[in-house]
Design a protein around this ligand. Structure first.
Ligand SMILES: CC(C)(COP(=O)(O)OP(=O)(O)OC[C@H]1O[C@@H](n2cnc3c(N)ncnc32)[C@H](O)[C@@H]1OP(=O)(O)O)[C@@H](O)C(=O)NCCC(=O)NCCS
Length: 253
C-alpha cells in the first residue's frame, strides 16, 4: 500500500525547480509567481501519481524509496519531464541529450517530443522505445520491449496515440499513427498496425481484437477468430475429401 513520506514530498519539489525554469525566461515577476504556483501543484501531483502507479501496477513494489531509487520507468519519466519542457521551449540539442542520458541509464528511449499523461508506469523498462509524436493518456502501463514506432519518414504525426488506462504487454510493437482506445489491453508480443477501440483486448501478429469488455455490465464478449475458423473449415474439408478418396480407392480394387 502506498504511504506518503517526506521523500515523496521533497523529490517532486526539487524536480519542479529544474523542469519549469525555461518557462520563466522573459516572463514578468507576476507571471513567474502565478506560473510557479500552478506548475508546482500540477507537477507535484503528477509525480505522486507516477509513484502511485508503481504501487498500483507492480505488486513487488514495497516502498516509496524503492520506487525512487530502483524503478527505471520512474527515472526515465522524470528525465522526460525535463526534456519535454525544454523541447517545448525549442531549446536545441539539450532535450535529446537528456533523453540520451536517460536511455544510457535506464535502457528506455523516449523522444523529448512525446506527450505523456499522469500515472505513467513502465515495468522493467529495458528496450522500450517511444517515438516523437506518440501521445500517451493517463494511467498507461508499458512493459519491457514495447515500441511505439513510426512508419512514415514525413515530419507529421506518425506514432501511436494511446488512450487512458491502456496496458501494453511486453515486446508489443505498435506501429504508425494508430489510436488505441481507453482501457484497451495489448497482448505481449503483438504487432499492432491498425487502431483498436476502447475496452478491447488485442493480441497476435498482426494484432486482432479478440475480446471487448462492456464497462457497464463488466462482462467480456469474445469475438470470433476468422483465421482459426477458416483453418477449422479447411480441416473439415480435408477430412471429408480423404473419406471420399478412401471410398473411391476401395471401389477400384
Ligand atoms: C493480452 C492480455 C492482457 C490478455 O489478458 P485477458 O484479458 O485476461 O485475456 P485472456 O487471457 O482471457 O486471453 C484472451 C485470448 O487471447 C489469447 N492471448 C492472450 N494473450 C495473448 C498473447 N500475448 N498473444 C497471443 N494470444 C494471447 C488467449 O489465449 C485467449 O485466447 P482464447 O480466447 O482463444 O482462449 C495478457 O494475455 C497479456 O499478454 N498481458 C501482458 C502481460 C505482460 O506483458 N507481462 C510482462 C510481465 S514481465
Amino acid at each position: 500500500m502506498y504511504v506518503e513520506d517526506p521523500i515523496t514530498i521533497c523529490f517532486p519539489r526539487m524536480l519542479n525547480c529544474v523542469c519549469f525554469l525555461p518557462q520563466f525566461i522573459g516572463a514578468t515577476g507576476e507571471e513567474i509567481q502565478h506560473g510557479r504556483e500552478v506548475n508546482k501543484m500540477s507537477l507535484i501531483t503528477s509525480i505522486r501519481k507516477d509513484i502511485n502507479a508503481a504501487f498500483k501496477h507492480d505488486p513487488a513494489a514495497t516502498s516509496t524509496l524503492e520506487v525512487l531509487l530502483a524503478y527505471p520507468g520512474f527515472h526515465t519519466r522524470q528525465f522526460h519531464r525535463l526534456a519535454h519542457a525544454l523541447f517545448r521551449w525549442h531549446i536545441p540539442v539539450l532535450p535529446r541529450l537528456i533523453s540520451h542520458i536517460s536511455r544510457f541509464l535506464t535502457g528506455i528511449e523516449i523522444h523529448p517530443g512525446a506527450k505523456i499523461g499522469d500515472g505513467f508506469f513502465i515495468d522493467h523498462g529495458m528496450g522500450v522505445v517511444i517515438g516523437e509524436t506518440s501521445e500517451i493518456g493517463d494511467n498507461v502501463t508499458l512493459y519491457q520491449g514495447v515500441t511505439l514506432g513510426g512508419t512514415s519518414h514525413q515530419r507529421t504525426k506518425r506514432h501511436p496515440t494511446l488512450g487512458n488506462n491502456v496496458i501494453v504487454g511486453s515486446g508489443a510493437q505498435l506501429i504508425g499513427s494508430i489510436t488505441i482506445g481507453d482501457n484497451t489491453k495489448i497482448g505481449a508480443g503483438s504487432v499492432v498496425v491498425t487502431s483498436a477501440p476502447a475496452n478491447a483486448t488485442v493480441v497476435g501478429v498482426p494484432g486482432r481484437v479478440v475480446a471487448i469488455r462492456n464497462p457497464d455490465t463488466d462482462t467480456v464478449e469474445r469475438l470470433p477468430d476468422p483465421v482459426g475458423e477458416k483453418l477449422d473449415s479447411l480441416e473439415r474439408r480435408i477430412a471429408e475429401l480423404q473419406k471420399r478418396l478412401t471410398i473411391l480407392e476401395g471401389s477400384k480394387r
